[in-house]
Design a binder for this molecule. Structure first.
Ligand code: SF4
Length: 496
């Protein structure tokens, strides 16, 4: 019994000493932080509320996590809400599935609903139609197999396993993959899918030191038959009018070789193509690329000033329809995968909702609608959004972020910090370990397959055979306090 009492009293003394030591340590840490905070001049909250001010940023960080997982409603978050993300996560694993008990979507001002036909056709009655051929007048016209495709994502912005998964997934899903402006990497080529080679303003992969086009390098890259089209990027949704900077730390030996730039030095893309400061020079550059590559050649842009679009169309009319770009990829101004300054992401360039019907109408008025294919991109990640784009007049739709969700993106929004928790936008091997390219390639295939299936289903419900037959009469735009308006009443100039 004595030994037991002795054990208890020794333990109590030990824990009392430990308690005093811990409290003492906490007091010492508190005093150190107090002195640091009160003397620093960078953070006024910490200077006015030493030590306690530190919890503010901790809770702000924690708040993002709690809102996403516990408090935000299914249709609330930005840029993509949980319902949209979950739909992609779900279909990329399991394909098209039904959901029970009605819609949870609030039909607010501007929401799109479709006009279902009174007598839909029976299964098997629909005529199948191949997507439009692109660049029929070029040396090697391209006949895409899919109306929904993978938008621009560079090796460098995305990790090696992510690009490998996209390449194999595109092959299995029979869609094209756009290389993004970072050049054609071996990982884009690996799956042997159809590729669109994007030339940004720095022309990575076929550039001279002054960012002009190197014809020999372009011709060499185009020896690969999987390069189907060339896309000259004028601007992108994340940063219209601004070139990018690839920091020196990211310019590894491999990236430098692929892009054709010196290793270990920051790579700065100019704000525009140095050869093209007006519409005529742009048409010259398009013609030069088309001649050298033999491929359909188009441009990617965000529409801002409508008069410059009119000037460009006028320059084409003057030279003749042959001089036109074979396609225009129209990006929305409200951000994309690329990291960019907030004013450009939030406030620069028209959204695709406005620019797509406007551009289609401008091309129709100029008699160029059949000559120039239009590819719509920018936040079109669900079947309803893709079907809306076809109603507006698009020939194709492509998406980058939709496919990032198929790869497992959880919208942690750390793409520019090299700490992407899903391994998609990081070069840190520890995070990349979680991304299995084989498994994710199957998800890419399922996402693109389900998208085609469900957009076709919308077209069939509207009483037409395929998405390209959708018109603005098939979409209604919800108005506040009034009956919804047919899309064709808002943009009536459409001829399909
Ligand atoms: S950092 Fe977040 S948002 Fe960006 S790719 Fe990774 S999971 Fe997605």
């Amino acid at each position: 019994m004595d030994w037991f009492l002795q054990f208890i009293s020794t333990s109590l003394i030990f824990f009392a000493i430990l308690f005093v030591a811990v409290i003492g340590l906490l007091v010492v840490i508190f005093v150190i932080f107090f002195i640091i905070d009160i003397n620093q001049t960078k953070d006024s909250v910490r200077r006015n509320y030493p030590v306690f001010g530190r919890f503010r940023s901790f809770f702000a960080e924690l708040g993002t996590f709690f809102r996403q997982y516990f408090f935000a409603m299914d249709r609330e978050e930005m840029p993509f809400n949980r319902a949209e993300r979950d739909w992609i996560h779900h279909v990329s694993k399991k394909g098209s599935e039904t959901v029970p008990f009605g819609s949870t979507r609030r039909l607010g001002e501007g929401a799109v609903i479709f006009a279902n036909g009174m007598f839909p056709k029976m299964e098997g009655e629909h005529e199948h139609s191949a997507p439009k051929m692109i660049g029929a007048g070029s040396a090697r016209p391209y006949q895409p197999k899919s109306f929904f495709n993978i938008s621009a994502m560079s090796y460098g912005s995305l990790s090696r396993p992510a690009i490998r998964a996209l390449s194999h997934g595109a092959k299995m899903g029979e869609c094209w993959l756009n290389t993004g402006e970072g050049g054609v990497s071996p990982y884009h080529l690996e799956g042997e899918c159809d590729l669109v080679y994007q030339l940004g303003t720095a022309k990575f992969g076929c550039r001279n030191d002054d960012s002009t086009l190197n014809e020999d390098l372009l011709a060499k890259i185009c020896e690969n038959p999987n390069i189907k089209m060339i896309e000259l990027k004028l601007s992108q949704g994340a940063k219209p009018g601004k070139g990018g900077i690839l920091p020196a730390v990211k310019v590894t030996e491999e990236i430098a070789k692929i892009r054709g730039i010196p290793e270990g030095k920051s790579a700065i893309s100019p704000n525009r193509h140095v050869e093209a400061k007006n519409a005529n020079e742009l048409l010259d550059l398009i013609a030069q690329i088309r001649n050298v590559s033999g491929r359909p050649t188009g441009i990617k842009m965000v529409i801002g000033n409508l008069s410059t679009l009119d000037d460009f169309i006028a320059a084409i009319k003057k030279r003749g329809a042959k001089s036109a770009p074979d396609f225009i990829t129209l990006d929305g101004g409200d951000g994309g995968t690329g990291a960019a300054p907030m004013p450009l992401i939030d406030n620069m360039g028209l959204t695709i909702r406005e620019s797509l019907p406007t551009t289609i109408d401008a091309l129709t008025r100029a008699g160029l609608r059949d000559r120039i294919c239009v590819i719509a991109t920018g936040k079109l990640i669900t079947p309803a959004e893709v079907a809306w784009a076809f109603c507006a007049g698009a020939d194709f739709v492509s998406s980058a972020r939709g496919f990032m969700f198929a790869l497992g993106c959880i919208q942690a929004m750390k793409c520019n910090q090299n700490t992407c928790p899903t391994g998609i936008t990081t070069h840190n091997k520890r995070y990349q370990r979680g991304l299995n390219p084989q498994n994710k390639a199957v998800r890419v295939k399922k996402y693109v397959g389900t998208m085609r299936y469900e957009v076709e289903m919308i077209a069939h419900s509207c009483g037409v055979d395929h998405p390209n037959a959708l018109t603005r009469n098939h979409a209604l735009i919800v108005q506040t306090g009034k009956p919804s308006k047919p899309f064709s009443h808002i943009y009536p100039d459409m001829e399909k």
